[in-house]
Design a protein around this ligand. Structure first.
Ligand code: AP5
Length: 225
């Protein structure tokens, strides 16, 4: 069977993690989130985690050499052999080139780059109200748009919900600046490669999911032809 190798693009708070969780289940893909991997390293107080934390807290990108090695290794893991969904990588052209080179060396290629588009004011509103589960960071809520059944408690495993350290307004603004200057150029990069698919991220999470799922199903059919 052919592989579905996908990238999720979009500003912070666009809903990449929210959609990745659903698409992983729809299509049996490995969900690879650089942010979650880095936060796990921070929590375990590894050398990499300590080095990454100051960049993350400031809203800046962690240096490429750290990230590229981490992701290229992860994409080669057995659970990603039939397809993966990258969430938060690549974030600049150097990372995109490194990914393309590593895939080519392994006889693989990207199937699509899925852009979830939302304006900056929506980003600020979403991130200020986001809460994530301490036990499993891919369980994501919003105090107004997607509240848990019991305040402060994860519906799925009963663990505590917390606010991310980088979801403070100043840091959110810095992350947006970094997105516009360093990551947004990848939209044109993947458009030129014929891989870009755009989605209106201001719709409800269910509507965004329906649109992306239909597009990915078509991409899969095209791969199988
Ligand atoms: P990372 O964790 O990747 O953060 P991000 O890209 O800023 O994205 P977020 O996780 O904040 O947002 P999201 O799009 O996943 O939105 P979510 O689904 O949670 O990166 C963090 C840091 O790590 C970076 O700043 C950097 O320092 C470092 N890093 C990571 N990758 C790196 C790389 N490749 N290179 C260098 N450094 C790297 O949704 C947000 C909220 O909105 C939630 O509350 C959710 O419930 C709600 N919501 C979602 N969809 C909808 C909807 N349709 N309608 C209403 N509400 C919605």
């Amino acid at each position: 069977m052919s592989e579905l190798n996908l990238i999720l693009l979009g500003p912070p708070g666009a809903g990449k993690g929210t959609q990745a969780e659903r698409l992983r289940d729809d299509f049996g893909l490995a969900h690879i989130s650089t942010g979650d991997m880095l936060r796990a390293q921070v929590a375990e107080e590894t050398e990499l985690g300590r080095a990454a934390k100051r960049y993350m807290d400031a809203g800046d990108l962690v240096p490429d050499d750290v990230i590229i090695d981490m992701i290229i290794g992860r994409v080669g893991d057995p659970d990603a052999a039939d397809g993966f969904l990258l969430d938060g990588f690549p974030r600049n052209e150097a990372q995109a080139e490194a990914l393309a080179k590593a895939l080519k060396e392994r006889g693989r290629r990207l199937t699509g780059a899925l852009l979830i588009d939302v304006p900056d004011d929506v980003v600020v509103q979403r991130l200020a109200g986001r809460r994530t589960c301490v036990k499993n960071a891919s369980h994501i809520y919003h105090v107004d748009f997607d509240p848990p059944k019991h305040e402060g408690v994860c519906d799925q495993d009963g663990a505590r919900l917390v606010q991310r350290d980088d979801d403070q307004e100043d840091t959110i603004r810095r992350r947006l600046e970094v997105y516009h200057s360093q990551t947004e150029p990848l939209i044109a990069y993947y458009d030129r490669a014929g891989l870009l698919r755009r989605f209106d991220g201001t719709r409800s999470a269910d509507e965004v999911h329906d649109h992306i799922r239909a597009t990915v199903a078509t991409l899969r059919l095209e791969e199988e032809l």
